[in-house]
Design a binder for this molecule. Sequence first.
Ligand SMILES: Nc1ncnc2c1ncn2[C@@H]1O[C@H](COP(=O)(O)OP(=O)(O)O)[C@@H](O)[C@H]1O
Ligand SMILES: [Mg+2]
Length: 313
Amino acid sequence: MRSGFPFYICFLPLSLFEHTSRCGARKIICFCYNKNMLEESLEESKENSLIEVSNLTKKFKDFTAVNNISFNVKQGEIFGFLGPNGAGKSTTIKMLITLLVPTSGKADVDGHDIVHDSSKVRKTIGYVSQMISVDGTLTAYENLMLMARLYDITPKAERVKRIHETLSFLNLEDHANSLVRTFSGGMIRKMEVGQAMLHRPKVLFLDEPTTGLDPVAQQSVWEHLFKLRDTMGTTIFFSTHNMEEADKVSDRVAIINEGKIAIIGTPEEIKAKTGKPNSNLEDAFIFFTGNKLQDKSNFREIRRNRRTEQRLG
Ligand SMILES: Nc1ncnc2c1ncn2[C@@H]1O[C@H](COP(=O)(O)OP(=O)(O)O)[C@@H](O)[C@H]1O
Ligand SMILES: [Mg+2]
């Protein structure tokens, strides 16, 4: 197989969500206020940016899932893409990893255009899907070998070396020959991180990497992601609907709601901009969107997420 991103991972079809927009006066004020702040933070973050997104939009028929979003992610940053279910997080990630073609707008990853240079983008990135992407009937070693071959890592000695390095990096060496179906949820997620880092990508995209994990497993996954960033300089772009998690681990976050980015900044900046002492990111979400946190995903998506959670839990 050609080198590049392993596209054998299948996605369940998602159906269109009937969607109505409620645009009150408060929301319009928030929008004007946010627009200036968004432009300022966009200018600031252009320096050393590895991901540059400009007016990116994705429509599914007449429904706009991602609506004219712009942001930059700096080299080596841990960037949280934060919003409720149905906000447009996975759709954005799928555009950035070249699985979906944008309806309009532009994005570059490491200087490569996601539409015109998609094969170069695929070599630069790693991806951990929202759904489970390891094969439970194979051992940890076999799963990693499969992925090393899909990524076209050659020669064989190099594949074997990288697999051992990866297992050691993830503290999974003792489980190299165990079937992955015997693994805990945290170990499965770590395996998926391992698969996605084998070809040493500059940026790792993780779609809801800790959903369904208990707090100890969550922490373990994050310890390894921090280590990846600190030792290899890997940029981490992750999505979550968990405001507390985003607050704890992100250098910067973008809050996305109903396909639009409401605010971008460090968690501290965003909380401070609400003007209320002791605000958390959930308060900030309500302040900047004018909305309560609402799950906008449809039945099929909820069923799919619950299945993933059950398998990890
Ligand atoms: N292939 C698709 N066809 C139609 N609608 C879709 C498709 N993919 C996503 N959507 C809709 O776009 C919206 C955003 O979805 P998604 O990006 O998966 O949200 P999130 O990842 O934030 O939960 C949802 O309303 C979803 O139903
Ligand atoms: Mg999603």
